[in-house]
Design a protein around this ligand. Structure first.
Ligand SMILES: *[C@@H]1O[C@H](CO)[C@@H](O)[C@H](O)[C@H]1NC(C)=O
Ligand SMILES: *[C@@H]1O[C@H](CO)[C@@H](O)[C@H](O)[C@H]1NC(C)=O
Ligand SMILES: *[C@@H]1O[C@H](CO)[C@@H](O)[C@H](O)[C@H]1NC(C)=O
Ligand SMILES: *[C@@H]1O[C@H](CO)[C@@H](O)[C@H](O)[C@H]1NC(C)=O
Ligand SMILES: *[C@@H]1O[C@H](CO)[C@@H](O)[C@H](O)[C@H]1NC(C)=O
Ligand SMILES: *[C@@H]1O[C@H](CO)[C@@H](O)[C@H](O)[C@H]1NC(C)=O
Ligand SMILES: *[C@@H]1O[C@H](CO)[C@@H](O)[C@H](O)[C@H]1NC(C)=O
Ligand SMILES: *[C@@H]1O[C@H](CO)[C@@H](O)[C@H](O)[C@H]1NC(C)=O
Ligand SMILES: *[C@@H]1O[C@H](CO)[C@@H](O)[C@H](O)[C@H]1NC(C)=O
Ligand SMILES: *[C@@H]1O[C@H](CO)[C@@H](O)[C@H](O)[C@H]1NC(C)=O
Ligand SMILES: *[C@@H]1O[C@H](CO)[C@@H](O)[C@H](O)[C@H]1NC(C)=O
Ligand SMILES: *[C@@H]1O[C@H](CO)[C@@H](O)[C@H](O)[C@H]1NC(C)=O
Length: 583
């Protein structure tokens, strides 16, 4: 009788142990996701490192820029056919220039169910709350579709029913991979629509709602592509400092910092910005927006030419030559918004500001300095140009973020991914490791290690149980067993997980013709395979050989209506975000 109870008890303990271990194994395997860069430099206002995802079924591969903006980043933006056919009819290789087009009518999983607001489907203004202060806005055709966070074969997760915004105007030339954890609210839906980041977290595909991003540096020798990690960060890509900043009080201005000074290193120079201002970091914006007086200091000191019509600073060829020779380094001293406290200096070389405008913005390539005159404090912004040299880690579990100097390790150094876990979790990821990783594929080892831990722990538990049984048989004090013999569940949980999920350097090449991609990686500045796109051996995973795009006849109301007119008629506001009202 007593023995029967004891065996039953032992069985239960072992079962609980196994169940617990299954959980522990799942948690331990919750590694950050590293999204590999596309190996392309895209954009019409610089060289920006994009990331490839597949949208729809079958997957259409598009190249997007990460969108750090908490409002605008709650959805994924893709460029649709109208973005070339109607808006840029004369732009050569338009589809490729815009990171490739998404055609919802070729996807079997596309749906606008519940959000239609007219026979054209679901056209809403983009929720560019912060960006609209800079005159950046757009309208998009919304729907739901399946996405996969990488190229075919990369083994990255797929998510169903993600909100996709199909945009066509040039205000945002490339699509955006929104990183916000904030859900999107449609006026005609009660349920907020979860963002990609929160969906990944909800489905236990990443350890926390956090991301880390640096835009990459085309000017580095060799050029270094952007780095994007979800649920953690890549410790090889930044110089760590001990500062973390609390998010701004307004959720849409989370990455708000105090810019305390901007200096450059020419002997005897006075600071370009001397009194601190609060500035919002936003990767959806290209330039750095600073007060007039600061821009003037820059312009005067470095002979920049103000172009009234374009509202931007041009750099004459001779001035460029001087600047290259002088090679000034600009230091942006960043602290907690509101001022005070310690600061970290982020250094940007002149090369980070040496950008070109290209078609369709200008006919001929034109050098410009990505500095914009802000008229009010809501416009102060550190855009993507800044993120070339800065690595930002945003932790939505703790509501804080950090800004660090980006590092550009050689490609032989593989990522050292460190998970960020939610607070209260034993694995809270506050530790970083200095492990130097090799190019060994760690995936198998990790799985093996987890299995090993699980097996070892089950064995330990069994031994403990047997020992307990023997002991209890002698003492007959069953109750004491639980206190003495059974290890605490927490004891078996790893306190820290570092997983190297670096894709094999050859990985992104798998999806297409290898010849193309090798050319690409060797000549980083000028994508040499452009002409191949229309030819017989380009990458064909996106569209079929047919590249003639006609206006989408099926949905048009009056055949005579221009596409802009047709679309603009039905634009409605996204709930809570009245873009036009902000102007
Ligand atoms: C492991 O995951 C389970 C389910 O997601 C969760 O309830 C538990 O708290 C996690 N444990 C740890 C230590 O993360
Ligand atoms: C959507 O509404 C929820 C509350 O229902 C709010 O927390 C969230 O910030 C809203 N999202 C946006 C993008 O405004
Ligand atoms: C995941 O999402 C579902 C549906 O929105 C929700 O009911 C559930 O609580 C979420 N789970 C977690 C762990 O956030
Ligand atoms: C951060 O590090 C700096 C030097 O790197 C040190 O002076 C400072 O005291 C540290 N701050 C904290 C809060 O540890
Ligand atoms: C700017 O122009 C002035 C004269 O116009 C010249 O003396 C100076 O060296 C120039 N500076 C740079 C950085 O080109
Ligand atoms: C700017 O920094 C680079 C790299 O650290 C250095 O080579 C260069 O000399 C610096 N420029 C000046 C003007 O000090
Ligand atoms: C721009 O290109 C055109 C030819 O397309 C050329 O005639 C013109 O000189 C160029 N302008 C400049 C400023 O380089
Ligand atoms: C940028 O444009 C200038 C002409 O203004 C050109 O000389 C230069 O080669 C361009 N840079 C790149 C990297 O294409
Ligand atoms: C994270 O873990 C460290 C050490 O285990 C602990 O000191 C710290 O309080 C934890 N932080 C949070 C936010 O849980
Ligand atoms: C990592 O965390 C463990 C406990 O959670 C602590 O003992 C250890 O000192 C930490 N290591 C570092 C480098 O902070
Ligand atoms: C899909 O839409 C594009 C443009 O919107 C159009 O050119 C194409 O013919 C359509 N394809 C099909 C199969 O309907
Ligand atoms: C979006 O649609 C509205 C309403 O039709 C229009 O006023 C606005 O100009 C459009 N915005 C863009 C960027 O096309």
């Amino acid at each position: 009788m007593g023995d029967f109870l004891l065996w039953r008890w032992l069985f239960l303990v072992t079962l609980c142990g196994v169940v617990h271990l299954a959980y522990a194994a799942v948690n331990a395997s919750l590694a950050p996701l590293s999204i590999p860069p596309s190996l392309y430099w895209d954009g019409d206002d610089g060289w920006w490192s994009t990331f490839q995802i597949q949208v729809g079924t079958p997957g259409q591969t598009v190249r997007l820029l990460p969108g750090t903006s908490a409002s605008a980043g709650s959805t994924i933006w893709v460029v649709i056919s109208e973005g070339c056919v109607d808006v840029n009819p004369t732009l050569a290789n338009c589809a490729n220039e815009r990171g490739y087009l998404f055609q919802s009518n070729l996807s079997t999983t596309w749906s606008t169910q519940g959000i239609q607001n007219g026979i054209d489907g679901a056209i809403f203004s983009l929720n560019t709350y912060e960006e609209s202060f800079l005159g950046l806005s757009g309208n998009a055709s919304y729907g739901y579709d399946t996405i996969n966070l990488g190229v075919p074969g990369a083994g990255l997760p797929s998510l169903q029913k993600q909100v996709i915004a199909g945009l066509w105007t040039d205000g945002f030339f490339l699509g955006s991979l929104g990183l916000s954890p904030v859900p999107l609210n449609f006026t005609n839906l009660n349920e907020p629509q979860p963002s990609m980041l929160s969906t990944l977290y909800n489905q236990s595909l990443i350890p926390s709602r956090s991301w880390a991003y640096s835009a990459g540096a085309h000017y580095n020798d060799p050029p270094v592509f952007g780095s994007l990690t979800l649920g953690g960060y890549d410790a090889t890509r930044f110089k760590s400092n001990n500062l973390s900043f609390a998010f701004g009080a307004d959720f849409s201005r989370d990455l708000l910092v105090s810019l305390q000074s901007v200096t450059y290193d020419t002997a005897g120079s006075s600071p370009l910005l001397a009194s601190s201002i609060d500035v919002f970091i936003d990767s959806l914006v290209t330039e750095i927006w600073l007060p007039d007086s600061v821009c003037e200091a820059f312009a005067q000191q470095f002979n920049l030419t103000w172009n009234e019509q374009g509202q931007l600073y041009l750099v004459a060829e001779e001035v460029h030559t001087v600047l290259v020779k002088q090679n000034p380094n600009f230091t942006f001293n960043i602290g907690q918004a509101g001022g005070g406290g310690e600061t970290v200096g982020i250094v940007l070389p002149y090369a980070a500001f040496d950008l070109n405008l290209t078609a369709p913005i200008v006919g001929n390539d034109t050098r410009y300095f990505p500095l914009k005159q802000a008229q009010s404090s809501t416009q102060y912004t550190l855009g993507r140009a800044f993120l070339q040299e800065a690595y930002v880690i945003a932790d939505y579990e703790r509501h804080n973020f950090s800004v660090s100097q980006a590092l550009f390790p050689s490609t032989s150094v593989s990522a050292n991914l460190v998970a960020i876990y939610p607070p209260g979790n034993d694995n809270n990821g506050t530790n970083t490791t200095t492990t130097t990783t090799t190019t060994t594929k760690k995936g198998g080892l990790e799985a093996g290690a987890i299995a090993g831990i699980a097996i070892a722990s089950v064995a330990t538990l069994a031994l403990v149980a047997i020992a307990a049984l023997l002991w209890s048989k002698r003492t007959k004090k069953h109750h004491d067993l639980a206190d003495t013999g059974v290890p605490r569940p927490e004891g078996q949980e790893p306190t820290h997980t570092v997983v190297d999920l670096t894709p094999d350097p050859a990985r992104p090449e798998l999806d297409g013709n290898k010849t193309n991609v090798h050319e690409m990686t060797e000549q980083h500045l000028v994508p040499p395979e452009l002409p191949a796109y229309e030819g017989p051996w380009g990458r064909h995973e996106l569209v079929q050989e047919n590249s003639v795009h006609e206006m989408d006849g099926g949905e048009v109301t009056p055949a005579t209506a221009g596409p802009e007119e047709r679309r603009d008629k039905r634009v409605v506001q996204l709930g809570g975000l009245m873009i036009q009202n902000n102007k």
